[in-house]
Design a protein around this ligand. Sequence first.
Ligand code: SF4
Length: 129
Amino acid sequence: MRSVPQRLERLVCAEHCRYYKPWATPEPDCNSAQWLLELVGGRAELLDGVERLRGRRLSLTQVQEGTLLRRVCTPCQHYPHNCAYRRPDRSPGAEPCGGLLVLGQLLGAGLITPEDLLGSAAHPKHGTA
Ligand code: SF4
């Protein structure tokens, strides 16, 4: 039986992140991955929502994009210059990391709210229900 971090690596990074390298250790400081671990750790049913995204091509709406920029990307250690999607000189085809795309889908489905993403993943201000 895989652990939650192993399942998230498979369901989020391997499935949806174009920057994922299976031969490398996943980036421990990717803030979207930390948030997913935090949220799924408190609400196991969210893993079903992530499972349902398998095989889908994901994108962000403008509203999700703004919320996730403020609450997930700006505190991320890759932001901005070490992130292909957020760097000021990004290429036109640059895509968000897989964790950001999955968080956007969970927001869009109402499975999480912007308030769930207050604070930092390491020190969330929200109470997980
Ligand atoms: S898109 Fe970039 S800055 Fe935002 S969470 Fe992912 S790696 Fe971090």
